[in-house]
Ligand binder design. Structure first.
Ligand SMILES: [Ca+2]
Ligand SMILES: [Ca+2]
Ligand SMILES: [Ca+2]
Length: 389
């Protein structure tokens, strides 16, 4: 500072001289530095000054600590920019230092080690969509870890990849996100969408379904014996699978038996899941019957109704056929009727009052048919029209 001073000697003399006067001023010595804390989401500002101690600091990070002419701020929260005013003992001037906060948020995630895992169904995958840090760190071998000088709030979201189908891996993804906690309440509030850090951990899970579906309804007997007119209609079955829906398809095959009216129906219901696991139920229906009695005889050798034809009777050798006339007199009887050996052709077989070999008169007769089927005695009867023209 340059000042002009006037000196007086008390005798009226005076002298005027220019003189340099050193006035104490504080000044920054070099640039300030910022250093992130190793343990907290904050930083310390360090600077050195020249001037006359003691010094004072006001503003961000104040009061801090002075070590000689070096000042170290108190911990400043990461994200808070600094603005510090410094004075020395003379308070003659003020030095202001300001700057932008360094990013002191650190975030370290160690993904858990996952052992191979197999589930039957997509639906059996872990379903949790959010996890706490403790839950995350308990996953797999329990060696996952979220650490660091976090500035925000941690949110862990889990999701499963799309269903890969049968015998394939699906990826379960854990996204660990640190959101800025603008209002510093330790909670990820709506609107706090700024992502500070994010890490993804993945787990492969094999989906392999080896379990066949099961039928929902109680199933009928596997083998039944029926007549032609008592064949049950095929039931409709549904099935359930451990992994969701199952499809039931129905098939029926007819297998011929050892005579004309004996056959088997083999009914198969097959329940399948989407992975091809199958469960089948097979029912065999043994069918036997006299299928039809042709109740007209015209024994004129024209090839039409020339004999009393009982379709299917060959399956029941243990049978009896009787034909009565309108007066209730037996005109024909045969055990073991087979349509071929001595069938009824409109002639009396000589029973009762009718002379054997007589051509019976045209008219309405009556037949009875008895046979055994699976140990049951079955009887049929009806009119028989005989034309002797
Ligand atoms: Ca918040
Ligand atoms: Ca299944
Ligand atoms: Ca005929």
């Amino acid at each position: 500072m340059m000042e002009t001073e006037t000196f007086h000697d008390g005798n009226g003399n005076s002298i005027t001289a220019n003189q340099n006067i050193i006035v104490n001023q504080i000044a920054l010595a070099g640039a300030e530095t910022v250093t992130c804390s190793a343990t907290q989401a904050g930083y310390n500002l360090t600077l050195s000054v020249t001037g006359n101690a003691p010094y004072t600091a006001t503003g961000t990070g104040a009061p801090g600590t002075w070590n000689g002419n070096k000042w170290t701020s108190s911990l400043i929260t990461s994200g808070t920019n600094y603005n510090v005013s410094l004075q020395d003992s003379s308070a003659c001037n003020t030095v202001t230092v300001s700057g932008i906060s360094p990013n002191c948020c650190s975030f370290n995630v160690i993904c858990p080690t996952f052992q191979p895992l197999t589930v039957s169904c997509y639906q059996e995958l872990p379903a949790a969509t959010t996890l706490t840090q403790a839950q995350f760190e308990a996953l797999g071998n329990g060696n996952g870890k979220i650490s660091g000088t976090k500035c925000g709030v941690i949110e862990i979201v889990a999701s499963n990849g799309t269903d890969p189908g049968c015998n394939a891996n699906v990826t379960r993804t854990y996204i660990i996100t640190e959101y800025e906690d603008s209002n510093k309440n330790g909670i990820h509030d709506s609107g706090e969408n700024t992502i500070l850090n994010s890490t993804v951990c993945t787990q492969n899970i094999l989906i392999h379904d080896t379990t066949a579906p099961v039928f929902n309804e109680s199933l009928p007997q596997t083998i039944i014996n029926v007549d032609c007119d008592t064949i049950p209609t095929a039931q409709s079955f549904t099935a359930s699978d451990n992994c969701g829906s199952a499809n039931v398809i129905y098939d029926e095959q007819k297998i011929d038996g050892d005579c004309s009216s004996r056959y088997s129906l083999v009914r198969t219901w097959t329940a399948s899941d989407k992975c091809g696991n199958q469960n089948s139920f097979v029912q065999t229906i043994n069918v036997s019957c006299v299928e039809e009695v042709f109740n007209a005889v015209s024994a004129n050798g024209d090839g039409l109704n020339d004999v009393f034809f009982i379709k299917g009777i060959d399956c029941y050798p243990n049978n009896n056929v009787r034909i009565y006339n309108r007066y209730g007199v037996i005109v024909y009887e045969k055990n073991g009727y087979d349509n071929i050996t001595n069938p009824f052709q409109g002639f009396s077989d000589g029973r009762a009052t009718i002379v054997r070999g007589n051509k019976l008169p045209t008219g309405t007769y009556f037949y009875t048919l008895e046979y055994e089927s699976d140990g049951r005695k079955i009887q049929k009867a009806g009119y028989l029209y005989v034309n002797s023209q």
